[in-house]
Write a new protein. Structure first.
Length: 140
């Protein structure tokens, strides 16, 4: 088994979609797409890639989340590179008071205070600043 230098998948040399030689070494590819990308700029894919390791991280496959291991590597099911499992972000601390802002009246009111009644006809009327106009019927 060989590793596709473009996508990192494990490829069987007998069934590879293509191969190329560069700097005296033969590389095998999972698809012609990876082969063409490699042939265009082979030096981008032949340098040893620095694999950043996260201390005490668990690595998982993006396609098979049940696969987990303590070191980076390839997924045994599909050959994709394992990625560090990121723990969910901790929730933000709750605010002492929730602020509500009316889009029509951008004055904020704290949740601890009683909210004003802004329904039509109570408090501030909701009408357009230009008032209501009657548009004449042009069909007559």
């Amino acid at each position: 088994m060989a590793t596709d230098p473009v996508c990192g998948m494990m490829v069987d040399e007998q069934t590879a979609a293509g191969s190329a030689e560069y700097a005296g070494e033969r590389y095998y590819f999972c698809s012609t797409h990876c082969l063409h990308k490699f042939q265009a700029v082979p030096q981008n894919y032949t340098r040893p890639a620095a694999t950043p390791t996260v201390p005490s991280a668990v690595y998982t496959c993006p396609m098979h989340p049940e696969i987990r291991q303590k070191t980076p590597g390839a997924c045994p099911k599909c050959g994709m590179a394992l990625e560090p499992l990121v723990p969910p972000a901790s929730p933000a601390p709750a605010a002492s008071a929730t602020e509500y802002v009316c889009p029509m009246h951008p004055k904020s009111y704290a949740a601890s205070r009683e909210l004003p009644d802004l329904r039509h006809g109570a408090g501030t009327p909701h009408r357009q600043p230009w008032g209501r106009r009657r548009i004449p019927n042009s069909s007559t």
